[in-house]
Design a protein around this ligand. Sequence first.
Ligand code: SAH
Length: 347
Amino acid sequence: MLDGKIAIRSLLPDELAGELRAMGEPAYRAQQVFSWLSRGVGGFGEMTNLPRQLREKLAERYYLAAPVVLRKQVSRRDGTIKYLWELADGNAVETVVMRYHHGNTVCISTQVGCRQGCAFCASTIGGLVRQLEPYEMLEEVMFSQLDSGLRISNIVLMGIGEPLDNFDNVMKFLKLVNCPRGMDIGMRHISLSTCGLTERFDKLGELNLQLTLSVSLHAPDDETRSQIMPANRGRGVEQLMDACERYYAATGRRISFEYAMIDGVNDSDGQARLLAAHAKRVAAHVNLIPLNHVEESRFEPTPPERLQRFKGLLERAGVNVTVRRSLGGDIDASCGQLRKKAAAGRA
Ligand code: SAH
């Protein structure tokens, strides 16, 4: 896809330094190159303080291009922006920029498609096509900032894909976006969301990154959870809570539970009580999300009165709970509405 070239924006500063050293270049060159890359150049020709010969040599070995915006939509309601990016191989993924009082947040995709099969989510329709590379995730952040002109201060890995199913690439992306001489976005400003691939929790906990782990729980009992989230089958809620407990002990970071409210499926009083017990066990914060509309799904959102009742039950049990404000609903940019596209579907 990249003609056998290495994507240069996937390289960390010390890796870049090693490559340039091997090419016989002085140490300061790596810093110059990294600084151009971080500024979002679309080709080596733009690196005007490098000798022409070096620019040509780099272009022979490394892949560098600015991603193409296939479509950009801006919400009339709240200014949320949704981008559809064309990737080098003709696939396309979506990224969303949201404006909050505490700063601008970008929601990025981590895979082309998804294999987790959650019954209420549009991102999984059509399955997984491939993993996103570190540079592709970095460019979602970098070029959303450049194009929108909005300084991005927070990142949520809540777009298309399951981040823990693309573990190594996601970890490399986090290092890249965290680079002080790069985008310099602190781990405390990053949230990673997972449907609960518990076998990766300990590995993540050992890294002790200070990011926020969000667990898409959506049901507190195995019967309901396995029905709407295939990832629960063969793992189970008990195993998930154990993994959360170990993660919290290892990192000291409170976990967030995401809970999309689905009419008649996961919104009973009994489920509220069970959810409260789980949340208290791991000191989790619960984020209730009114279910967003997905064309292909048969589920309906919980009515507002029932949602309030459910929230009240959690509060009375001493759980820290908020209801997520839905942004970008008029451009299908809300949770669970992002989907992979083929560049052939160009508007
Ligand atoms: N695969 C990861 C990252 C996706 S994050 C995960 O499962 O966490 C997207 C969040 O939106 C998840 O919590 C997901 O469960 C939720 N979601 C999916 N479809 C939704 C819908 N129709 N309405 C509300 N939230 C939804």
